[in-house]
Design a protein around this ligand. Structure first.
Ligand code: 5RP
Ligand code: FE2
Length: 220
């Protein structure tokens, strides 16, 4: 699968979200970080903002739910028109049911793992998902430093996914920039979230192009 870039609006100006979405027409997705002050010590936005953003842009929304009760809320994000909805393995109590409900609403279903959460215990869930999100920072805040210790897990995730037919995308999220994206791509990631590296750049379009080129080069 070709490299995909998903700029995170966490690093955008929340007062001008429609303009910020329009600022990256070359992005494959818009990454929407939903935080609830419970699963992570930060609060961002919820369903009404996702509904408004969906109407404001044709770029598909990649919703990353960092919330304590994804089983209750995730299907509603799919219903609101998100193209992809990702729940955290550490938070979901009924992941099989929730992932199936996301898919039943027509969205891609994602499973996210914190840096210290191993991938192997979730192998049996792979048939239920379309994307595995590997956090490369502790979730909760943008602008953190990329954690190299996740690189071996990206490799193991790519191996597992390949064994299951290679249909599942491997996404990395946190501290991804022109300096770190190559290592992620080389390890097997194919979808790259970047907040600060895109919205903190003077030319967000050029930043997306540069990230895509660096990841594509690293994959060889
Ligand atoms: O999920 C997230 C944080 O929990 C964000 O998507 C991530 O941190 C992106 O921001 P940056 O590229 O600045 O690290
Ligand atoms: Fe995220």
């Amino acid at each position: 699968m070709a490299v995909q870039i998903s700029p995170s609006i966490l690093a955008a100006d929340f007062a001008r979200l429609a303009d910020e979405a329009a600022a990256v027409p070359n992005a494959d997705w818009l990454h929407v970080d939903v935080m609830d002050y419970h699963f992570v010590p930060n609060l961002t936005l919820g369903l009404p903002v996702v509904e408004a953003l969906r109407k404001a842009t044709s770029t598909p929304l990649d919703c990353h739910l960092m919330i304590a009760d994804p089983d209750r809320w995730a299907p509603q994000y799919a219903e609101a028109g998100a193209g992809s909805v990702t729940i955290h393995a550490e938070a979901a109590k009924a992941p099989v049911r929730t992932l199936r409900e996301i898919r039943a609403q027509g969205a891609r279903a994602g499973l996210a793992l914190n840096p210290a959460t191993p991938v192997e215990p979730y192998e049996d869930l792979l048939p239920e998902i379309d994307m595995l999100l590997l956090m490369t920072v502790e979730p909760g805040f943008g602008g953190q430093k990329f954690l190299d210790l996740v690189l071996p897990k990206i490799r193991r995730a790519r191996e597992l996914v390949s064994r299951h037919g290679g249909r599942i995308w491997v996404q990395v999220d946190g501290g991804v920039d022109a300096g770190t994206i190559g290592r992620c791509a080389e390890a097997g990631a194919d979808v790259f979230v970047a907040g600060s590296a895109v919205y903190g750049a003077s030319d967000p379009v050029a930043a997306v192009d540069e990230l895509r080129a660096a990841a594509t080069r690293a994959r060889g």
